[in-house]
Design a protein around this ligand. Sequence first.
Ligand code: HEC
Ligand code: HEC
Ligand code: HEC
Length: 447
Amino acid sequence: MKRKVLTVCLGALVLVVAAIAVYRLVIRKSIPEASREEQVALILERNGCLVCHSTDAELPFYSNFPVIGPQMQAHIRAGVRFFDLGAEMDDISSMSEAALSKLDHAVSYSTMPVHSYRMVHWGSGLNKAEKSLIAAWIEEKRGYAEPVWPIAKSVEYDEAKADLGERMFNDARLSLDGTISCATCHVLESGGADHEDERVSEGIYGLKGGVNAPTVYNAEYNARQFWNGRAADLVEQAAGPATNPVEMGDQSLEDVVSRLSKDKALVAEFESLYPGVGLTGETLCHAIAEFERTLITPDSRFDLYLEGDETALSEIEKQGYEAFKKNSCAACHFGAALGGRSFEYVDVYGDYFADRTAEIEYNSDDEGLKGFTLKDEDLHRFKVPVLRNVALTAPYFHDGSFQSLEEAVRAMARYELGKSLSGKDVESIVAFLNTLTGVNPHLIVEK
Ligand code: HEC
Ligand code: HEC
Ligand code: HEC
């Protein structure tokens, strides 16, 4: 008798569990007819993505339980910091490029939701149909199947203004004491960044700033300019160095203009190219920016590979590109320039600043985006640097902490991903990064 009851109970239990499984895996997973965007939103919601990736999600009932509760809450803190999906869901049709790239990674490599969540919510985890639907949507949004794509072969620009801008870029009269031009710190022949032995740039009177000079090559692709994004575009950026006390030393752009105005030929040239306006702070910056727009570097070996030339990369370089995608690197270093489009915390998984060598003192440039937005949540978020020509732009990071690509890649894994890469992955990723050196008439690459 007892055994019979037990068998019936067990049978009932199995049935209930099976029913829940059918419900979770089949019925609840069916995707209704709707616009693709609505379908994507539904899939993300059903799979719990918003539970950990938004600040205002309704928490599951067990989030107050001992042990599992605190673990859940820690997941949510890390999840939101890494990827604030909630902020993107108000209007999913305008999801940011950065969010698309992160989503792409989680979907392509089936990394989400995290294991502990799947244990409780089985049936969460994207199935094949859900994955291919999201992947197709992402591809449609960015117009390319890969998270990175080739640099444009050419840009439209005004030749006469760019030519004038080039001369201004190289003109030391832009600095207070006539010793420093843009090209002093952005050496075009060798990568567009500062000299390799300069951790931070040396400006007028030998004064030093707090950050490493990024390259001007492909800066056009940056969503904003500077490590902390304080300039909206290249025109706005060009006004910065001249009036920076440690770079070129002037009080205002007007000081620069009045100095240049002594050169009558130059004044006449500005007048002819900018009729009725002539030489002003604005036209000076415009001409320089027009020149900088020509500083794109297409036709790297990696571009040739993306364009279909299988032989352009060696085996190890191809493996490096795969490892770059698999290890989330492309989730932040995405787009034509492999970066420049978003701001990310440099200390997701470790206290980058505490670990730094003692000779670099914490300074206001270390605040990152917060230095510009003044928002606490932007502390330690930096513009993701472009990786085009990265083989030529050592030292690396905003503070110039690392001399070699190998060190930079290891640090990325440690602080952005919370893991260490195998020696083989580091080697192949570095080999891949070395294929990103492109072509520009100003750039001299030693073979
Ligand atoms: C239980 C909490 C939780 C849930 C549910 C969850 N995530 Fe995450 N997610 C995290 C945490 C924590 C991280 C930080 C990285 C890690 O620990 O793996 C993360 C990292 C990520 C990342 C960056 C790393 C990567 O692998 O690409 C993406 C993208 C992401 N989640 C997307 C999603 C999506 C899409 C879903 C829904 C299918 C989801 N997450 C569900 C907690 C969660
Ligand atoms: C004394 C060295 C120095 C001089 C001179 C200098 N720069 Fe820079 N440049 C830097 C440093 C350092 C940064 C990074 C500053 C920051 O992000 O806060 C930078 C940033 C930039 C950026 C932004 C790139 C990016 O990825 O955000 C551009 C573009 C640029 N400079 C162009 C110029 C132009 C144009 C001039 C001349 C008008 C110039 N620079 C003069 C050192 C210099
Ligand atoms: C969460 C976003 C994120 C991920 C993931 C990420 N990076 Fe970065 N990467 C950044 C940011 C932000 C910086 C700038 C850090 C700083 O200057 O303090 C950076 C800097 C770099 C630099 C130095 C470039 C320079 O010019 O200074 C290299 C090289 C690099 N990353 C490669 C990688 C590789 C390889 C991976 C994968 C193993 C990776 N990154 C993963 C955001 C990311």
